[in-house]
Unconditional design. Sequence first.
Length: 483
Amino acid sequence: MHQLTLAEIARGLADKSFSSEELTGALLARIKQLDPQINSFISVTEDLALGQARAADARRAAGDTGALLGAPIAHKDLFCTNGVRTSCGSKMLDNFKAPYDATVVAKLAEAGMVTLGKTNMDEFAMGSANESSHYGAVKNPWNLEHVPGGSSGGSAAAVAARLLPATTGTDTGGSIRQPAALTNLTGLKPTYGRVSRWGMIAYASSLDQGGPLARTAEDCALLLQGMAGFDAKDSTSIEEPVPDYSASLNASLQGLRIGLPKEYFGAGLDPRIADLVQASVKELEKLGAVVREISLPNMQHAIPAYYVIAPAEASSNLSRFDGVRFGYRCENPKDLTDLYKRSRGEGFGMEVQRRIMVGTYALSAGYYDAYYVKAQQIRRLIKNDFMAAFNDVDLILGPTTPNPAWKLGAKGSDPVAAYLEDVYTITANLAGLPGLSMPAGFVDGLPVGVQLLAPYFQEGRLLNVAHRYQQVTDWHTRAPNGF
Ligand code: GLN
C-alpha cells in the first residue's frame, strides 16, 4: 500500500479496497521499520492517527465521500497541532505542546485526513540541508550520505522513502521546492496569502507560506485544495476564491508561453542540471508550449536582500522565546538578565543565533537605512522584474537548485555556501509569487528538479503544466533503492 499516491489512495478508500484503519496501521508499521534510517519524523502520533482513521471510516460508512477522507498526512513540526509537541526542530520548543491546531492542520483534519506525525526540519526553518535540527540531521533516501535539502527535509524524505504519500511543508526562501528537488518530489509554494499562516510558527512573516509535498502534481492539487482559502485569523490571508485545482490538470498547453531567464543559466549552475532543464523544455515544447529567453536583471541581488530581510524578521519573531512564557528555561537563573541570556543561549542552536544577530544588527539604529531599507528596495526591483516578464510569458522555467544534494556535513562550516544554494528559489518569496518544483532527471544517481513560476494565484497553471509533463515522463515514478 505504501507505493500508492494520494490520488490512488483516495480511489482505493472510495471503492473500499482497504479501510483507512488498515492503511494507517500499515504506514505506521513502515515508519517504525524504516524511519530510523532517515530520521524524517520528530514525533509519530500513533494514537491520534488510529483514532482519526476509525473516525474517517465511520464517516465514509455514513455516506461521506470527501476526496481526502481517511488519507494520511504528516505536518512539518512548525504547524501547531493541538496536544502534540510542536518543536520547530528546536530545543527551545522541545517541551511545547501546542494548545490549538494551525488552520492548515484543522482544515486537513476536517477534510478527514489522518495525522501520522510531525516531521523533522531545520531549526526554526532556517537552512537548506536539514542539518540544523535539534533532533539530528535528516538523510536523503536516495543516498543516505547526502542531505535531503531543507528546511522541510523531514517532510520530503518521508515521502521520498514512501513512508506516506504526502506531507505539508513551509517555504520562506525555498524550503518546499528545494527539498522536493533534492528528493525527486513535486512541491508547491503557493502565492503569499493563499494558505493561512495562522498557527504556523513564524520564521520571516512576509515570506513564509505553507504548501504541499507529494510525488505528483495530481497529489499536490488534492492537498492544496484542502489547505488553501481565506482565513480571518491571518491578516495577510487573501480573500480570493479557490479554484478546482484537479479540474484544470489536463488543460492543453498549446500556445503556453514559457520564459527562460538568461540569468538562470550562467556560472554556478551544474552543466548536467542545465542539460536536464533543457530536456524538460523540449518535452513541454512537444506538448505545444512556445519558449523564449527573458531577463530578470536584479536576480543577482536576491541572496543579499533575502539574507537581510529574513533574519531581520526572524530576530523580531524569535524575541518571544524568552524563557518566561513558554519553551525552554535555563536552570537556576541568577537574575532576569541571566534568565534571558542563558535560556536563549542554551535553547537556540548556532544557525538561529547567527540569524538573530544578523537581523538585530540590520535593524539597529544607524544600520537600518544601509541594510534593511536597501534590501526592501531590492525586493521591489525583483518584483518589478517579474511583473515585466509576466507581460510577455505565462510561465517562467529554470532549475530549482544549482547542484544536486550535497554530502552531509559538506557545507557545515560555511553558512554562505549553503545560502548560495537558494539562488533560484528565494526570488519567488521576495515577490510573493507561486512556484513549483518537479522531478526532471538524475545526476550521479541523485534527483534534479525543474522550477516553474507563475503570476499571482496561478497555482492551477503550475499544477497543470507539471501534470502534463508527468504524463509524458516517468522521473517522478522512480523510487530510491531500499524504500
Ligand atoms: N534556505 C533558506 C533559509 O535558510 C530558506 C529556508 C526556508 O524556506 N524556510 O532561510
